[in-house]
Design a protein around this ligand. Structure first.
Ligand code: ZN
Length: 203
């Protein structure tokens, strides 16, 4: 088919030719993808719900946003079926605001507001507890590679929440981040106040 075709009286422009590096990435990605699907043929989102469904694509658990470490990190790959991939994309992009899942809570509030204590006293019967700030290595500067590994660990937590209805208590210090995460994984938000300013009690 010719690239230049008359469309409604206009000439369409041929897309720029990709570099050999870009084409190399394509080939390398195709190979990595095929290898992953061979070792992990079942959709990992469905497996979390004890269903065996053939996977058709390889997804990056933590979005890579062109970061090469995240892109090629096999620990960041998962096999998915088309329907799980589309579900994850909807939650991730906030195209769907998820209703709170029973027993799923995000605890936010400044350092020293008692988030860990709150978690400890409410974790009975809860499937998972996570401190996302710790997982994402937010507390101190880290080498890029370690930071990326921690992002993958954090991504895996959110990922599990997308595909299951398991209960969880998750600590996220920043209230804005907490509310965004709550909208996408379906969680209630508990906001604790700094003890220095009244420990959650109004003045
Ligand atoms: Zn699936």
């Amino acid at each position: 088919m010719p690239y230049r075709a008359k469309v409604a009286g206009r000439t369409t422009v041929k897309p720029p030719r990709r570099t050999s590096l870009e084409r190399g990435y394509d080939r390398q990605w195709r190979n990595a993808r095929a290898e992953h699907l061979e070792v992990h043929p079942w959709c990992e989102g469905c497996l979390m719900r004890s269903l065996y469904v053939r996977a058709s694509l390889v997804d990056h658990i933590e979005p890579h946003r062109d970061d090469q470490l995240l892109f090629w990190d096999r620990d960041n790959f998962q096999s998915l079926c088309a329907s799980c991939h589309s579900l994850k994309s909807k939650y991730e992009s906030f195209a769907v605001r998820r209703d709170p899942v029973k027993g799923r809570t995000i605890v936010c509030g400044p350092p020293g507001s008692g988030k860990t204590t709150w978690l400890q006293s409410h974790k009975e019967g809860i499937d998972h507890t996570f401190d996302m700030d710790e997982l994402a290595g937010m507390a101190f500067p880290l080498p890029h590679e370690i930071h990326m590994r921690m992002l993958v660990a954090r991504g895996k937590v959110l990922n599990r929440m997308y595909f299951t209805n398991e209960s969880a208590i998750i600590i996220i210090t920043d209230e804005r981040h907490a509310r965004r995460a709550a909208a996408s994984i379906g969680a209630d938000v508990v906001r604790l106040r700094d003890r220095k300013n009244g420990g959650g009690l109004p003045f």
